[in-house]
Ligand binder design. Sequence first.
Ligand code: AVJ
Ligand code: FE
Length: 439
Amino acid sequence: PSTSTPSTLRERIAAELDSGRRRSEGLTVGVLDDADLIAQHSPLMSPLVWDFAHVGNYEEQWLVRAAAGRDALRPDIDVLYDAFENPRAERVTLPLLRPREAEEYNAQVRRMVLDSLEHVSFDSGTALLDSGFVYHMVIQHEHQHDETMLATHQLRRGDPVLDVGAVPPPALPSGPSEVLVAGGPFTMGTDDDPWAYDNERGAHTVDLPAFWIDTRAVTNAAHMDFIADGGYDDSRWWSEEGWAWRSRTGKHAPAFWRRDAGQWLRRRFGRVEPVPPDEPVQHVSFYEAEAHARWAGKRLPTEAEWEKAARHDPATGTSLRFPWGADEPGHHHANLGQRLLHPTPAGTHPGGTAPSGAQQMLGDVWEWTASDFTAYPGFQAFPYPEYSEVFFGGDYKVLRGGSWATHPTAIRGTFRNWDHPIRRQIFSGFRCARNAEVE
Ligand code: AVJ
Ligand code: FE
């Protein structure tokens, strides 16, 4: 890895592309044999070799063809790696590139991208290229698939292949459990973030009544209390849809948890260990999050409440890029980028505290919000409707803040993720909110 700080946009792009590829290889060809790469580890997920070649094909389409204007290298394989043409459960049946072929294809695409990078203009007035947008899109895309590949690794059976990572930083003294966010307007979304996707645009004013939000995400210990109090068997806490999910699936605990001799254990990347009480709970569905919040006398925050708590600075009336300000995420700010293979205890990362006082809004676990995934006012699909637009109005809830598996370039205060409310293989947790009493 390069130790020098990139001085130009071009150098930054080249360095980010490289680090993304090293990460992808560390989840695929660098750690697993061909059989493991080709196998379908879960019907919910693609074979890892599909994700790997898919990021190369996406890069070919957007950086070789669209950005650099070069001829297509392998237009014949576009259809194999089109996520809409091929449901995840069926990808294993396709005539995919073999792992070695995928490696060579990805390397060839990358050489063409780096060759053309110096000839591309970032200020030509072309929205696709301006400020490096399409390169940022491709860099983030690879990291998003790396997080998806981590979910596949978590579902995979067999000997562990991933490093657990270093010891987490020391915990903060506990402090208040909730913070009050004053009523009033704030700026949601962005007009000018060169990494922002279409769904994060544009900046618009949202006026919210005052609300309380948890300082930290809900912990495993709190979720064990919910379980012990019979929460999974008490329909009072569940929405109608949530109770239908609970009844249909018979779930009584987060995914990967198991009860053994009076103790909760979890399987994490092939290792079984006691559930750590202080970590944010993860691998819960939206429905479990919603039920836990109601049991606690609270509710999930709306997406707007989450974003206000994460980035509104009442001192200046502006919205920050990150809870802590504009600085690029460092280790003291947040648990991001797969440094560890788990969330850090609630109360770590004091350097990442938002002006509201809320902690760990970025990193650790994706946080379910109460909101459906919908378009902001004036939304325009860019550069293609299949990134966001086709999902608006579907059965999707918004998740915010990124997880320990999310790369720092693929998260910010405005970033919006979404998934079906039943999903639990993602690194999902939540924090609670409640209305503030009107004086
Ligand atoms: C934004 C995370 C929901 O992984 O399905 C990847 C991102 N889009 N390839 C996903 C995405 C195209 C997307 N999420
Ligand atoms: Fe993709």
